[in-house]
Design a binder for this molecule. Structure first.
Ligand code: F6R
Length: 614
């Protein structure tokens, strides 16, 4: 939610800031802005409603000089999306400009106090309140900027990642974080600041991740200085980021989402590389190996996640119970953190997150650790907050996911969960050697089978045109296919804005079947597995009420395929791996329907890729 970029160095700030914003646009895209400070202390602030490209157009003929600057791409929390509410916000005196990601919860009280002191506000944002507070403290106490920042941050309640410039110090850049991410890159005398490492990786591989309660003070020509809110110096290890980070293009695809759907065979291969060995028929994850005893002695697993990652967690539960006989619960992180859950020191909490920054998942991790549980993270974004907050973990290694609707991260998460389950099952002796070997052999060929599924893209694109009329969809599945139904419905909702519901197929007759008529498209995930006969009855129930059935079936199916109105085939695989294949047609269906309806697939309304606020 909201992307921040900052630069201080020997070059021009503007190009670094704009390029950085483009890479962070997945975090929010309702407005964007930039503040540039000239060496003479001149402060130019430009803001525009809409996307980064709109800001670029707006600044085309403006003075963009300056070696110091901050920039922001916004996902609105307080105040509607418009240029007035866009960041950077400037204090009344014109001295400070600030960008912010997060929420200042007690902003109303602070604003009221400042208004009594004569401060006037131009926006309805919580961010403007913070920059005014810094200005007020700096002038009241004649305080140095870092001291004023520390005092102001001690007064605020909430979450923030901020970047601040002070026109009285045109050679200094300030930043602070609490619960929202910030990374600082360093190269010679240049400093780069961003919400994630991608905008920085193009310039340097040396970075420092700011921790909660820390303030970074960057002075041109000096070393990075980090202090806490009590002004104690903080030491940080300089990390080296992997070289393969950085710019991700669309590679000729119309949208990042489609590119990422197509990347899945390669991504899943990357995810398994060095872990699944089909020749030796073994699967080994270093985190499982290193923490074997702790994982094997767990009384219970609790999976915490949000959205698509939560759907992957539902598949994880079935894998851990089916293969390892480990009782597993799955909780929405946002509920878990506030429901005073029973967490024991013998529990293992598994946190799943693509971005590694989801505020609710981070809070759930903190809660679990405070109660003594061991926390295992499954994450995509390397070096993000969640992998750093957990006891151990496994990356899914599917590369940057830019499309707001999660696709390859989902299949990557399911693959990692399957690998953990197999590795543990072997250690626990809950799987026999024959089944273990057969499952590894099958997992290894899933990328090839994914490629087969992608061949139905053309058929799905044509089919999608028929369904643009629909205002509602129902998705049904059973067993391992039930979370796939939920995920298919979520994909359709978020990018096409068509209302969609996912249900366990047999639950239909307990109420939702009342919705079925000849208008209602019903997507049924019905691969040939142990539950095939059961789901066949559910298909009959829908057809008997004239529902329009779109079925995902195993190739060669000659029963459901005859009853359904339309079929999409997937190759045969083992039941627990079906989701890795059956999800793909649903991703493509959502994608093509959204394209047919003229929606902005990569930047759906009201959404952001990384949800760093509650
Ligand atoms: C849906 C989607 C979201 C995320 C959710 C959690 O396509 O992307 O539902 O899955 O916001 O995000 P992460 O996985 O980054 O914690």
């Amino acid at each position: 939610m909201c992307g921040i970029v900052g630069y201080l160095g020997s070059g021009d700030a503007y190009p670094v800031l704009i390029e950085g914003l483009k890479q962070l646009e997945y975090r929010g895209y309702d407005s964007a802005g930039v503040a540039l400070v000239g060496s003479d202390g001149r402060l130019n602030v430009y803001k525009e409603k809409g996307k980064v490209a709109d800001l670029e157009n707006y600044t085309a003929d403006k003075d963009k000089s300056g070696h110091l600057g901050i920039a922001h791409t916004r996902w609105a929390t307080h105040g509607e999306p418009c240029a007035k509410n866009a960041h950077p916000h400037v204090s009344s005196s014109g001295r400070f400009a600030m960008v912010h990601n997060g929420i200042i919860e007690n902003y109303a009280v602070i604003r009221e106090n400042l208004e009594k002191k004569g401060y006037e506000f131009k926006s309805s944002t919580d961010t403007e309140v913070l920059v005014q507070l810094i200005d007020y403290i700096a002038s009241r106490d004649n305080a140095d900027t870092v001291i004023a920042l520390q005092s102001a941050l001690r007064e605020v309640v909430g979450a923030y990642a901020i970047a601040l410039v002070d026109k009285e110090h045109p050679d200094c850049l300030y930043a602070a974080r609490k619960s929202s991410p910030l990374v600082i890159g360093m190269k010679d005398t240049d400093f780069y600041l961003a919400s994630d490492v991608n905008p920085i990786a193009a310039y340097t591989d040396k970075v420092v991740y700011l921790e909660d309660g820390e303030i970074a003070y960057m002075h041109y020509g000096d070393k990075l200085r980090i202090v806490n809110l009590s002004n104690a110096e903080c030491c940080h290890e300089v990390m080296t980021v992997p070289k393969n980070l950085g710019k991700a293009g669309k590679d000729g695809f119309g949208h990042y989402m489609l590119k990422e759907i197509y990347e899945q065979p390669d991504c899943i291969r990357d995810c398994m590389r060095g872990r699944v060995n089909p020749e030796a028929r073994t699967v080994t994850l270093s985190a499982v190996h290193d923490h074997r005893d702790r994982l094997l002695s767990a009384d219970r697993f609790i999976i915490v996640a949000c959205g698509t990652s939560w759907h992957a967690g539902l598949i994880g539960k079935q894998l851990f119970e089916d293969l390892c006989q480990i009782p597993t619960e799955v909780a929405y992180a946002s509920e878990f953190r506030y429901c005073n859950p029973v967490i024991r020191s013998t529990d293992v909490v598994i946190a799943i997150s693509q971005s590694g920054e989801t505020a609710d998942t981070l809070a759930a991790i903190e809660l679990a650790r405070s109660r003594g549980a061991f926390v295992y993270g499954i994450c995509n974004a390397v070096g993000a907050s969640i992998p750093r907050a957990t006891d151990t973990g496994s990356y899914i290694h599917v590369g940057p996911e830019i499309g707001v609707a999660s696709t390859k991260a989902f299949t990557g998460q399911v693959t990692v969960l399957a690998m953990i389950a197999l590795d543990l099952a072997k250690e626990k002796h809950t799987i026999d050697d024959e089944r273990y070997a057969a499952m590894i052999e099958e997992l290894a060929v899933i990328p090839d089978k994914m490629k087969e599924v992608l061949k139905s893209d053309g058929k799905i694109a044509s089919l999608s045109k028929i369904f643009t009329y629909a205002r509602n969809f129902i998705y049904l599945g059973r067993g391992y296919s039930y979370p796939v139904a939920l995920e298919g419905a979520l994909k359709l909702k978020e990018i096409s804005y068509i209302h969609a519901e996912g249900y366990p197929a047999a639950e239909m007759k307990h109420g939702p079947i009342a919705l079925i008529d000849e208008e209602m498209p019903v997507v049924i995930i019905a691969p040939k597995n142990a539950l095939y006969g059961k789901i066949l009855s559910n298909v009959q129930e829908i057809k008997a009420r004239k529902g329009r059935v779109i079925a995902i079936v195993t190739e060669g199916d000659d029963v459901i395929s005859r009853i359904a109105d339309t079929c999409m085939e997937i190759p045969r695989t083992m039941e627990c791996f079906d989701p890795l294949l059956s999800t793909i047609p649903l991703q493509l269906l959502a994608y093509h329907i959204a394209v047919c309806k003229g929606k902005d697939v990569d930047r759906p309304r009201n959404l952001a890729k990384s949800v760093t606020v509650e």
